[in-house]
Design a protein around this ligand. Structure first.
Ligand code: C2E
Ligand code: MG
Ligand code: MG
Ligand code: MG
Length: 288
């Protein structure tokens, strides 16, 4: 006798999916409440010139101190925020807080000429009406110029409205903000971007930049991207530089900029301010 659907045991996978949805829903609520309760903060990781280890800018990286779960990884909460919608509020927080920090850093006597802030944004932000106006307004409110800021874009979520995204990217370019492709070479960012975005920089994912000294395939890819950068007049930034071998290899391949634990971990604003004011104080720089 045939069983009806109602009699059928619920598949374990269905229960797992339901559990995941409930967890995501709860985290979404927690994100919005956490923003009110100042549980979110930004760390800043310096970006350096490979030839002399001079700091040229920094990337803002978000942290979430959850009251129960403690530190939640950005990979995790950003992915959920992109799905559920609170990415809008998180990005606005990164822009407001990041620009306020940049204004203070630029006021330091020792702040290098042209020092910039890179802010990570999602495809969802780029596809949202009013996003560039918000950015422009925040820059102005902090006496910053658009060239002081770069947006790092990773294709972690589908862009909801391609027409708005195109319009925003054009507006962003006209405004003069830098546009950077993040994690280049991974599944998230591919060559199609080079044709469709008015790029100013490209970040080589640490999967390649971090082992170019020992892995010939990675080394070929890094070489190719450096050549591409020169041809397209786009800055190349190597991510995930951890060892002096990485540094030596990237230098010999002609890579101009780098970022990674070898130089600096992501650090709070106060620490970045001291590093800018006294760059020689960092142990790493002595051996770089
Ligand atoms: P990402 O933008 O590619 O950032 C680089 C990640 O690599 C950061 O991880 C950074 O801490 C880490 N990293 C830097 N140097 C090294 C190194 O030498 N070795 C290793 N193993 N890792 C290194 P983090 O801070 O955990 O952020 C992970 C990702 O979360 C970011 O990847 C970015 O995609 C996303 N994210 C972080 N903050 C934000 C934000 O404010 N908005 C958005 N939309 N995404 C963010
Ligand atoms: Mg990034
Ligand atoms: Mg990256
Ligand atoms: Mg990433």
């Amino acid at each position: 006798k045939a069983r009806s659907a109602a009699d059928a045991p619920v598949a374990a996978s269905t229960l797992r999916d339901a559990g995941k949805l409930i967890e995501e829903f709860r985290l979404e609520t927690d994100i919005l409440r956490g923003l009110d309760r100042e549980e979110f903060s930004l760390l800043f990781q310096p970006i350096v010139e490979l030839s002399d280890s001079r700091i040229v800018g920094c990337e803002a990286l978000m942290r979430w101190r959850h009251p129960v779960l403690d530190n939640v990884s950005p990979e995790h909460f950003i992915r959920i925020a992109e799905k559920t919608g609170s990415i809008k509020q998180l990005t606005e927080f990164a822009i407001i807080d990041g620009c306020a920090t940049l204004k203070r850093l630029k006021a330091l006597d020792a702040c290098p000429e042209g020092f910039f802030l890179s802010i990570n944004v999602s495809g969802k932000d780029i596809g949202r009406r009013g996003f560039i106006d918000f950015l422009g307004f925040t820059l102005e409110a902090n006496d910053l110029s658009p060239e002081d800021v770069k947006l790092e874009i990773t294709e972690t979520a589908l862009i909801p409205d391609v027409a708005i995204a195109d319009k925003n990217l054009k507006q962003l370019h006209d405004l003069g903000c830098g546009i950077s492709i993040d994690d280049f070479g991974t599944g998230h960012s591919n060559f199609a971007y080079l044709k469709s975005l008015p790029l100013t920089s490209l970040k080589i994912d640490r999967a390649f930049a971090g082992d170019a000294h020992s892995n010939p395939v990675s080394q070929s890819i890094v070489k190719l991207l450096i050549k591409l950068g020169k041809d397209l007049d786009v800055d190349i930034i190597a991510e995930g530089v951890e060892t002096s071998d990485d540094v030596a290899t990237l230098r010999s391949l002609g890579c101009r900029f780098a970022q990674g634990y070898y130089y600096h971990k992501p650090i709070p604003e106060s620490e970045l301010a001291s590093v800018i004011s006294d760059p020689g104080a960092r142990l790493n720089l002595a051996s770089a």
